[in-house]
Design a protein around this ligand. Structure first.
Ligand code: AMP
Ligand code: MG
Length: 404
């Protein structure tokens, strides 16, 4: 059995980033930018008014009140194209270009208008309420750097920079193969000894959340032919994840069958609970992660191993789930040699620290407790017993992997 950290390092060592694709910025929020993007224009392109009012010469309005003659108009998207002389003003609106000869804006609220005469009641120094050309950015300036996961704010900036398309990492395609004679899909007729395949949907949702595309290969029966045939669907995927059949039982065939198909095992079995039978290898050039079938094991293995693998496929820095300190609301026993991840709920707060309660039954088949849990208690191998009120480390679920 290898440690969790070594297992993760082995997985990451064997994964390289997927190729890139060019997409409309309309579709690009949440995607990983694969090249530096530079502004294709200067913004604002010319000096613009920041307010509705009058464009004036600051020197004309140094003493107020004073009357100026309104000789034209400069709306946003239009312009006043003659030189403005001493004693003249231009009616201007927010976003309107500053006419030549003017250098300040007097806001509408500080004026009185009578025909083509405007009385200026407040003076306005040079540059007042003027957005000068290039205030926001200049042509050729870097907008967003390669590797950034694009936020809606970045999309706004890129659009303003006149960038219609961006080159991003392709979404990694993760093939998911469920295994087990007992499994049927949700909604299908269920025989007396059957259960619903919940894992593939759970893991598929997690893959989407991490920025990948799940490809459901379906449910293979626990026999060689079915497994072989269905696993062949993973050929064009960036990674294959098998669910179930990874352990030591007579019906756990993933390793032996895929071995005949060329699977080279890197490691099998890790010092972790749940998830001990996890395996990782290479199936003819496709990285393969074989997870145990119990839903809780699959979920936690996805969190600890598949998410970093997807990050590596996206070529982004790893988002290792950070642990945060918490207080125990009850005593817990010592841990054995396996790193342990227990389902827990935050039930209160003491001195700014979350206070947690473990689910009394930690059986790795239990989806109800998994759904109700909002954190995992992480215990290192051979952790000592801990008393109520002692400080422990938890991983907050749902917080570290925002939707991509
Ligand atoms: P296995 O790893 O194949 O030995 O499966 C371990 C346990 O997980 C068994 O009780 C299976 O019935 C269950 N299991 C396997 N695959 C799934 C799945 N896709 N959805 C829900 N439970 C599963
Ligand atoms: Mg099975």
């Amino acid at each position: 059995m290898i440690s969790v950290d070594d297992a993760r390092a082995n997985i990451l060592k064997n994964i390289s980033p997927v190729s890139t694709e060019t997409i409309s910025i309309d579709e690009a929020a949440g995607r990983l930018l694969a090249e530096d993007v530079f502004a294709r224009r200067t913004q604002p392109p010319v000096d613009l008014s920041a307010m509705d009012g009058y464009a004036v010469k600051a020197s004309d309005v140094a003493q107020v009140p004073t009357d100026l003659k309104v000789v034209g108009e400069a709306p946003a998207g239009g312009s006043y194209d003659r030189l403005v002389n001493k004693g003249e003003a231009i009616r201007i609106f927010t976003g309107g270009p500053l006419p030549e000869g003017t250098d300040a804006i007097v806001i509408q609220e500080d004026t009185m208008r009578d025909g083509d005469i405007v009385t200026i009641q407040e003076s306005s120094p040079e540059g007042h309420y003027v957005r000068s050309a290039g205030l926001d950015f200049s042509e050729g300036q870097i907008g967003v750097k390669t590797g950034k996961q694009l936020t809606p704010r970045d999309i706004g900036l890129l659009a303003a920079m006149n960038i219609p398309w961006v080159t991003v990492r392709r979404k990694p395609r993760i093939a998911l193969l469920s295994t087990g004679d007992e499994l049927v899909r949700p909604g299908e007729p269920v025989g007396p000894n059957q259960i619903i395949s919940s894992n593939s949907l759970l893991v598929a949702a997690m893959i989407r959340q991490a920025g990948g595309i799940p490809i459901d290969l379906g449910i293979a029966k626990d026999n060689e032919q079915s497994l072989r045939q269905m696993a062949s669907g993973a050929k064009s995927a960036d990674m294959l994840v098998t669910l179930g059949g990874a352990s030591v039982g007579d019906h756990d065939l993933v390793q032996s069958v895929l071995g005949k198909e060329g699977l080279k095992i890197d490691f099998w079995k890790i010092a972790m609970r749940p998830g001990k039978p996890l395996m990782f290898g290479d199936l003819e050039g496709t990285p393969m992660l074989g997870m145990p079938g119990n839903p809780v094991s699959s979920m936690i293995c996805s969190y600890i191993f598949l998410y970093p693998a997807i990050d590596a496929l996206l070529g982004r820095p790893l988002r290792t789930p950070p642990t945060v300190p918490a207080l125990l609301s009850h005593n817990i026993g010592a841990n054995d040699r396996r790193e342990d991840y227990q389902r827990a709920q935050i039930i209160g707060n003491e001195n700014g620290m979350p206070c947690i309660k473990l689910f009394s039954n930690q059986d790795s088949s239990m989806l109800s407790a998994l759904s109700a849990a909002n954190c995992l208690l992480k215990r290192i191998p051979f952790a000592e017993p801990a008393l109520k009120g002692s400080q422990v480390e938890i991983i907050l679920l749902d917080e570290n992997y925002p939707l991509c």
